[in-house]
Design a protein around this ligand. Structure first.
Ligand code: KG4
Ligand code: ZN
Length: 357
């Protein structure tokens, strides 16, 4: 039997230093041999958000150890690695540069191909780590830096159907949490507090709910939360605001996803309808539940990455690396770090004041 490719994935685009070894089985299904993720929550907690320079320093201190641990956990030898895949963007440039330089240096030393990976492609294809997926499929990518609906036509082929015109959904969760006095990153805590509150207590705005196709907007919602949070006097009201926020997000995503389904169906001849929900916020159980119900209603199959692979990790980076390795798609060692790197290069930039929807 021929040797299966062994890929080292490296991820340092934001505040997680991660490395993973990936191979595949006889059917071409990826196998995660190791998956090491070191979070920097403690480094950034006191600042209420990610501080790029501190994040970069922490990546620099840890990257060597994390890669060594990933190799050790995989029970493989460094010499067996066939290619090195590292995130090249989008993300914080000082952070990206750490993993990217490390990956390139290792590729040069081992004399193995180097593959530059788009972090968003990692999230978009991450369900391939636990399910067989056929193209085309629709993906909703909801993370701390991005919120978009994409029609995935194939590896490297994306058509953006909608995007946020201001904040990302994870950012909205984190900012709401901060206003409620919850430590960074508060997104996951909102979901927990929400279970104790009344979701109908506060009537929060749903920006661009009735216009803008499946584009999204969360800035107005955050402003409303800010105003209400100033008058919160007890724990009960805090729980109610968390619950009302969670409920409002569900309503927005329900409506916008229905529009995205329609646009996806207009674009593709479909034999089966698959909908992937990926990125850090896809770990939110209530959002998952709502999406599963919506998919049942509309004849879609709902697909999620495993919860531990929703957030940033290197397994998804190694897996895209594996796909690219199989078709010989390698990159030069002078491939730059790209802070902005949209999956659909043709899509309009839709952020900031004056956006026409
Ligand atoms: O994909 P990710 O790990 O990093 C980026 O690429 O941004 O996403 C992180 C985001 C954070 O904003 C975090 O608060 C949010 O995902 N998040 C959640 C939950 N778990 C993580 N938001 C809501 N509910 C959750 N359970
Ligand atoms: Zn991410």
């Amino acid at each position: 039997m021929s040797k299966k490719p062994l890929i080292l994935g490296i991820e340092t685009s934001c505040d997680e230093t991660a490395a993973s070894l990936i191979t595949e089985d006889g059917q071409g299904v990826p196998i995660v041999l190791s998956n090491v993720v070191s979070s920097q929550i403690d480094v950034h907690k006191e600042f209420g958000g990610v501080v790029p320079e501190l994040a970069a320093r922490s990546h620099t201190e840890k990257i060597d150890l994390i890669v060594k641990k990933a190799i050790k956990d995989s029970e493989k030898n460094i010499a067996e690695i066939d290619a090195i895949a590292a995130t090249a963007g989008p993300g914080l440039i000082v952070c990206l540069s750490v993993g990217l330089s490390f990956g390139k240096a290792l590729a040069a030393t081992l004399n193995k191909p180097f593959i530059a990976i788009n972090h968003l492609e990692g999230h978009a294809l991450s369900p391939k780590l636990n399910s067989k997926l056929k193209y085309p499929y629709l993906v909703l990518l909801i993370s701390g830096g991005h919120s978009q609906f994409l029609s995935v036509q194939g590896l490297g082929k994306y058509k953006r159907l909608g995007t946020t015109i201001d904040d990302a959904l994870g950012e909205a969760f984190d900012k709401t949490a901060k206003l409620l006095g919850i430590e960074f990153p508060g997104g996951p805590q909102i979901e927990i507090l929400a279970q104790k509150g009344d979701p109908n207590k506060y009537d929060l705005p749903k920006p661009i709910f009735n216009k803008g196709g499946c584009n999204l907007s969360f800035a107005g919602l955050k402003t409303a939360v800010l105003k209400i949070s100033k008058n919160i006097n007890n724990e009960k009201e805090k729980f109610d605001l968390a619950a009302s926020f969670q409920k409002t997000i569900e309503k927005i995503l329900y409506k916008k996803t229905k529009i995205a389904f329609f646009e996806f169906e207009k674009l593709n001849e479909l034999k089966e309808k698959n909908f992937v929900i990926a990125g850090g916020v896809a770990a939110n159980k209530k959002i998952r539940e709502m999406m599963i119900n919506l998919c049942n209603e509309k004849g879609y199959k709902s697909i999620f990455p495993p919860i531990n692979l929703c957030g940033d990790n290197a397994a998804m980076i190694g897996m895209v690396g594996l796909e690219k390795y199989k078709i010989g798609e390698f990159n030069d060692l002078n491939f730059p770090a790209k802070p902005r790197w949209p999956l659909d290069e043709k899509a309009l930039f839709l952020k900031g004041a004056g956006v026409k929807l």
